[in-house]
Design a protein around this ligand. Sequence first.
Ligand SMILES: [Zn+2]
Length: 237
Amino acid sequence: MLRFVYDYANFVLTAEVLAKKEYSSLAYLEMKRIKSIFEKTQEELQTLNQKITDDQKQLDYFKREIKQMQERLEKDRVALYDGTVTNKRILDAKEQEISALQDRLKKHQASERSLLAQIEAEKERNKNMQQTMRIDYEKFYLAKEKFEEIKREFATQIEEIKQKMEQLRPKIDAATFAWYEKEKDKFMGQPVAILNAKGVCSGCHTHVTANFLNKVKEQDEIIRCERCSRTFVYDEQ
Ligand SMILES: [Zn+2]
């Protein structure tokens, strides 16, 4: 009976390992890696797009300002040359005003040019990032397909193990199964140990004495391994 418990517990452990294994597969780790890069790029892209919007607003402001200045300059020049202003002092003042306005206009135009270049570079970066994201998405999709394949493979293996467990389960009586359920957590899932003909414990690989081995062979009482405390069942193996 304990021999069945031993096999049953091993199936449970194998199924658990398989269920976890798909999440340590290369395909899964690759998926996680790409996803994290993808999300980071997405965040950066959002920040960049906000920057482009802000710079565009700033650019529009300069454009409006430049247009107003040019209109004002045009008006001032007309006033200067159409002969309506004859007073020398007013003319001088007008000239100085035009000169100052032209300086400010030049500065604004320089700012406009540098902003335009900046926005262009930002848009180029945006394009590159989107391209990177497209490539990453392709890679992610491939890794995901691989992962799904691995998952299906493991699911088939787990299904096979579960079928074996179902076949084994009726061979274990209720009391013994209850004992297994109660004990298993104390022994990392396997409360039974096989003691082979050489006297080696399958749980902790310790050698027992010949006397001890004989005692277990007779098997009319519950005997535990002195080292790992698992309950022994004898099997020549
Ligand atoms: Zn042991």
